[in-house]
Design a binder for this molecule. Structure first.
Ligand SMILES: Nc1ncnc2c1ncn2[C@@H]1O[C@H](COP(=O)(O)OP(=O)(O)OP(=O)(O)O)[C@@H](O)[C@H]1O
Length: 759
């Protein structure tokens, strides 16, 4: 237990201890801190990937806040905080706590004994079963900074991954109950303050005017000014609170929506039109507007009702009943028109969605539209879409116009008729208790009763609209996500040996198998070419490898590990993938190569660019690595874009690369350049290359020939030319001209040799 000063207490005993200490000696304090955090996460069943850790510039060792950011959102909830010893020893029921040490490393506290006033530390590099070591306050203080990282499993992973529906909305609004309570109190106070002016005016009319009392008028004026001042203040506070609440709800909805969208599997996006996805997901903003707008204001108006209604009954029950009855009739009218309105509303949304889709499709496919001069056809189609939208918009507005017109007489009755009736009662029946003051007070407050009741009725109709919008957004967002596969599973070190064992795969909804009983294996470091006619299943193989489709039968193993057991994020990160058409984001070349992945330095960017053969053209650009790439990468050539995509794929030094027609769209010169770079990159990696051009695959160690999902043969170029009919045919088709030229050359030389000497 004797430790030198300021050295973190080490756990373990005997040989294990020596071993652990020698590992400690090899690892930097920063690494020990990271490993301690990973061990705390592991306790909750979450394997963290160090590549997700984004350290702040200038940090020697990640701070608790940085570590917490790393853990949050990976199925864990983490919080960095400063704790006193006396609080630390109260954490007796907690899972492992990471204690930050002064040298930049960390310890893992796995238990406490408050009676003996000791905490138990376990070696962060050891096993969960290792014996922890008891450390007292004095010894811990020598190493501990006082900072801790508390980690717990996100109890409600379902909350992070919750489906978008009313229950979710309700829970989310409920989480803001503190703000809601404050707003409700402010609304109550405002309502009460609003009663006073009416009450005062009643007094002015009845007493001041009737008895010519100036003194009463002065005191009433003073009171009125004070009340106005309070109302201004409280209204300000309510608006401020409401704005904050609306913003928080907006942020929550937006973050959750985006997270769910990102966790949907790629297969889902392939089945849907992008425009439709965006259109439907955007419906969530209607829901947001409803919650932060109508729902909140009606909720607040109801408080007004609760306060004002008793007051109105106090002034005159007859007039109050008349007002409530008229307001109720308005509500009924609104509700009666709801079903037909909803029908029309749904049609309108559908038509607007089609309009959005078409707009998106036109912008996305504008090259094709322009080059094929499709503008007139598109315009005509657009006219039809717009006609449909106009039709349903107009019908909805017309239908909406009806209840709005029909409620007007009732509204007039509340605001004017009730007053007239009040005046009549006051004149005809002096014993009724209705006097001039009551009538004026009613005039001031009666209208405020109608608004919340009508609001309540409209709220019900809006609920239906929101239900529709929620349904639309849910149609996209509530599809099964791949969150579980992305956050759980094995994270083996990938070396690159690959084997397919009786793999069969059919696309969802497809009738034929895209891969039939595929069995082959390649050792790590192999360059494997995939060849076959169009539709033979080449891309399907790469899809299965990347875990895009997982519902295949048979086994697909990477270094002997079943692919389905491997964590999806880890799997995809371990691959470098270059496709035919690679999307570059708006931003600098450097941003595109790092693609926002944390922990990458400029040196990594330059190394990747060099490996991809992109360095030379980047350096020739005016701003070098800071050159801005426009949307659609219009300011660089196709060959340059491919080289940037390769740099982006190799920056993490993947041991496994997939190139799916990566050079097919390039001109021969760029293709030769990129192919030369690929051969360099291939050293020490497994590469799966799909290409239509067999000439770019001749150097592959193995070429797999597919036909209608069935493996025809596997071997190198020469072997296949000899043994595989399909390969030979494809090769001859593609190299007919070269063959013909070579034949012609041979013939010519043969002819020359026939010319008699001296001729
Ligand atoms: N998303 C999909 N949904 C349904 N069927 C699909 C899908 N993608 C491909 N297929 C079908 O699966 C089979 C294999 O397609 P795959 O894309 O793997 O062929 P390929 O050899 O890569 O073709 P190409 O060289 O034209 O890219 C084809 O019959 C194709 O029609």
């Amino acid at each position: 237990m004797d430790q030198p000063k300021n050295t973190p207490p080490q756990a373990g005993s005997g040989n294990a201890k020596d071993e652990a200490q020698s590992t400690h000696a090899r690892l930097s304090p920063m690494m020990i801190r990271i490993r301690a955090t990973m061990a705390a996460a592991k306790h909750h069943g979450i394997d963290l990937d160090m590549r997700d850790l984004a350290t702040e510039p200038g940090e020697d060792s990640p701070s608790p806040a940085t570590l917490a950011r790393w853990l949050n959102g990976q199925g864990l909830v983490a919080k960095g905080m400063r704790l006193k010893w006396r609080y630390l020893i109260r954490l007796y029921n907690s899972p492992p706590v990471v204690l930050m040490f002064k040298d930049g490393s960390a310890g893992l506290m796995v238990g406490v004994n408050p009676q003996k006033r000791v905490v138990f530390l376990r070696d962060p590099l050891g096993k969960e079963t290792d014996q922890p070591v008891a450390v007292d306050e004095f010894r811990l203080r020598q190493a501990w900074t006082g900072d801790v990282l508390l980690v717990k499993r996100n109890r409600n992973l379902s909350e992070a991954d919750a489906k978008i529906n009313f229950a979710w909305l309700f829970k989310m609004v409920l989480r803001e109950r503190a703000s809601l309570r404050d707003i409700a109190i402010a609304s109550m106070v405002i309502s009460v303050l609003q009663i006073f002016p009416a009450f005062i005016v009643m007094q002015v009319v009845n007493r001041v005017i009737a008895f010519h009392s100036t003194a009463t008028l002065i005191s009433i004026t003073g009171l009125l000014i004070v009340l106005c001042f309070y109302e201004v203040l409280i209204s300000y506070a309510r608006r401020e609170l409401t704005a904050v609440l609306a913003n928080r709800l907006d942020a929550r909805i937006s973050i959750h929506t985006y997270n769910r969208l990102l966790s949907l599997p790629l297969e889902f996006f392939e089945r849907q039109q992008a425009g439709r996805i965006v259109g439907k997901v955007s419906q969530i903003y209607q829901v947001r507007d409803f919650i932060t707008g109508r729902l909140l204001s009606t909720f607040l108006d109801l408080f007004t009702l609760v306060v004002i209604l008793p007051f109105l009954f106090y002034i005159s029950a007859t007039l109050a009943w008349m007002t409530v009855a008229a307001a109720g009739a308005i509500g009924l009218l609104v509700v009666a028109f709801m079903p037909p309105l909803m029908k029309l509303y749904n049609k309108r949304i559908e038509a607007e969605m089609t309009r959005g889709s078409m707009m998106y499709e036109t912008v996305a496919g504008i090259r094709t539209v322009k080059t094929l001069a499709l503008e007139p056809a598109r315009r005509q189609e657009w006219d039809e879409v717009i006609a449909e939208v106009s039709k349903w918009r107009l019908s909805t507005s017309r239908m909406q116009n009806w209840p709005e017109t029909l409620v007007m007489p009732l509204d007039f009755f509340i605001n004017r008729g009730v007053i007239l009736i009040g005046a009549f009662i006051a004149i005809s029946d002096p014993t009724s208790g209705v006097d001039a003051g009551s009538v004026v007070a009613f005039m001031m407050l009666g209208g405020r009763v109608a608004a919340p009741l009508v609001g309540l009725a409209k709220l019900m109709s809006s609920m239906l609209e929101v239900q529709t919008s929620l349904g639309q957004a849910g149609e996209i967002l509530n599809n099964p996500t791949e969150t579980k596969e992305l956050t759980t599973g094995l994270r083996p070190k990938i070396i690159g040996a690959l084997s397919f064992e009786g793999v069969n795969f059919t696309y969802p909804g497809g009738s034929n198998r895209a891969l039939k009983d595929l069995t082959f294996s390649i050792p790590a470091g192999t360059m494997l070419g995939l060849v076959g006619r169009s539709g033979s299943g080449k891309s399907t193989i790469t899809r299965l490898l990347q875990g895009v489709s997982r519902n295949y039968t048979g086994f697909l193993r990477l270094d002997g590990v079943d692919l389905r057991e491997i964590n999806l994020t880890h799997l995809r990160r371990s691959f470098g993938v270059v496709l035919q058409d690679n999307f570059l984001f708006r931003g600098t070349i450097r941003d595109n190569i790092t693609a926002g992945r944390p922990g990458l330095t400029m040196d990594d960017v330059i190394r990747a660019a060099r490996l991809a053969g992109a360095e030379e053209f980047i350096e020739r650009m005016p701003a070098g690595y800071d050159t801005f790439i426009e949307e659609g990468s219009t300011n660089i050539s196709g060959g340059q874009r491919q080289r940037l995509a390769i740099a982006r794929a190799v920056i993490l030094d993947p041991k496994f690369m997939i190139l799916d027609e990566a050079t097919s769209a390039l001109d021969p010169e760029s293709e030769a350049l990129v192919n030369a770079n690929l051969e360099r990159i291939a050293k020490g990696r497994t590469m799966v290359i799909v290409s239509h051009r067999l000439s770019s695959l001749v150097n592959c160690d193995k070429i797999l020939v597919l036909d209608q999902g069935v493996m025809q043969s596997i071997g190198n170029h020469e072997e296949l030319l000899e043994n595989c009919e399909i390969y030979r045919t494809l090769w001859l088709q593609q190299n007919r001209h070269t063959q013909a030229r070579e034949q012609a050359k041979k013939d010519n030389s043969a002819d020359d040799s026939l010319v008699p000497e001296g001729a």
